[in-house]
Design a protein around this ligand. Sequence first.
Ligand SMILES: [Mg+2]
Length: 229
Amino acid sequence: MTTAAPRRAAIPAGVSLDIWGTLLASDPEFKPARNRMLRDALAPGVPADVFDTAVRAADRAVDERCVRLGADIGFAGRIEAALVALGLPTEQVAARAGELVAAQEELALAHPPRPLHVELPAAVSALPMPVVLTSNTGMLPGELMRKLLVPAGFGGLPGVFSNEVGVAKPHPEVFAQACAVLGLPPARVRHVGDNPDADMVGARAVGMTAELVRPDGVSTLRVLRGLQP
Ligand SMILES: [Mg+2]
């Protein structure tokens, strides 16, 4: 009797792709420029390098909290966490959030993220099944991400963004919305991402199949080519 499991899962009917670390990397000039802008606006007395380090550390710590709790904490919450770490008041963040988000958008469009591998946009376009982008947005909301995806070569793809869902991967609602966008039951959708908890645990918990990639672009390219019939 030959009942050995197949070496790889069947080709799925739809694909959900994480963005950061799976398809895109940020421009190395973006975060320093954004953090300088935030320092000038919110904490001009703090040395630029100290402020930059505090924002990066807060961003990472909040990312970990979001994955642990399935909660979405966006731009204002992350800046507030950095200010708290610096012993500064946070009231002005909420009051000035609109202005600061607009300034961030201008800098992000001037230093847009790039595909992790130059062949990734074509590899996504060549997929023979529908695709949805399923992303925890962090400080860059979905509204801005849709604009940034265009020059990166991923324009026009539908997206499910955590700040718009109100919860973050691995929360099942994010994956449920991704499957709804594809119009497919979870069991027929493959999620591809670089985070073992947010992407793998989250997708599998709702019944999707999931494939982990390394955040180097080559790994994603290999997975996408494996989805060709
Ligand atoms: Mg990622």
